[in-house]
Ligand binder design. Structure first.
Ligand code: ZN
Length: 240
């Protein structure tokens, strides 16, 4: 039983800037894709400069959870692709939106708000507080953990009230942020997680990786079980 993950980025490794490659030699696309252990996950990479932005109907139909990282090229994602991804989420595909993906068209579309926030880039320390330790996305995490340097994302974050608020970020400059938010949309779930500025090493942090992998497991769980049950059911039917 493998969970099918599609990791999407606006850049592939060749398109990544030297500043990103210094921190992530495989680019952000590779860094996120490499978080998923092969025994439980089938991971596919997709990026903007591919045909149909790498998100054909066939690929989305074969995806349990789509993971989205974008920053400078949100406007280049065609609206019909956004509508297609939205349709798949409403029918049950999971979506994990990372860091600057907060202003992606797909996140704005699914939230129905601007998803704007306050920010500054001073590479300051962030402490992330787990406020729902019993939630499966937070399993295995301490009460709080620190990132030595992150871009500050602060309130107000213009999102609807999340269906579950799982973690809060606090920064050295005194700002706070709802850093881990889960939303139900149609038959699907959308999870937003704040760490991941492109020139800082947050995706090397074991707790950050744990949250992203936990989220994929949690979001995909029912979908994968459904698929297994349906194939068992189909097999059982064939015996009649
Ligand atoms: Zn950033």
């Amino acid at each position: 039983m493998a969970i099918k993950i599609t990791v999407w980025n606006e850049d592939n490794v060749q398109e990544s800037s030297p500043d990103v490659l210094k921190v992530y030699p495989q680019g952000l696309l590779g860094a996120v894709a490499d978080m998923f252990p092969g025994e439980h996950f089938q991971v596919r990479k997709a990026w903007l400069s591919q045909e149909e932005a790498g998100l054909t109907d066939e690929i989305l139909s074969d995806t349990d959870v789509l993971i989205w990282w974008g920053h400078c090229k949100h406007g280049q994602v065609p609206d019909e692709i956004v509508t297609r991804v939205q349709g798949h989420v409403l029918r049950g595909m999971g979506l994990i939106v990372l860091h600057s993906g907060h202003e992606s068209k797909i996140f704005q579309r699914l939230m129905g708000t601007q998803c704007s926030l306050r920010w500054h880039e001073m590479n300051e320390r962030e402490r992330i507080f787990v406020i729902e330790p019993s939630h499966p996305i937070m399993w295995g995490l301490p009460m709080h953990f620190e990132l030595e340097a992150e871009e500050m994302y602060g309130e107000r974050f213009d999102i609807p009230t999340p269906d579950a608020l799982l973690a809060l970020g606090w920064y050295q400059s005194g700002e706070v942020f709802r850093s881990a938010c889960l939303f139900n949309r149609g038959y699907g779930k959308v999870f937003y997680f704040q760490p991941g500025h492109e020139t800082l090493p947050s995706y090397h942090n074991p707790y950050v990786k744990q949250v992203i992998v936990n989220a994929a497991f949690f979001i995909a769980r029912n979908r994968v079980l459904d698929r297994e049950l349906h194939s068992d059911f189909a097999e059982a039917l064939e015996k009649f």
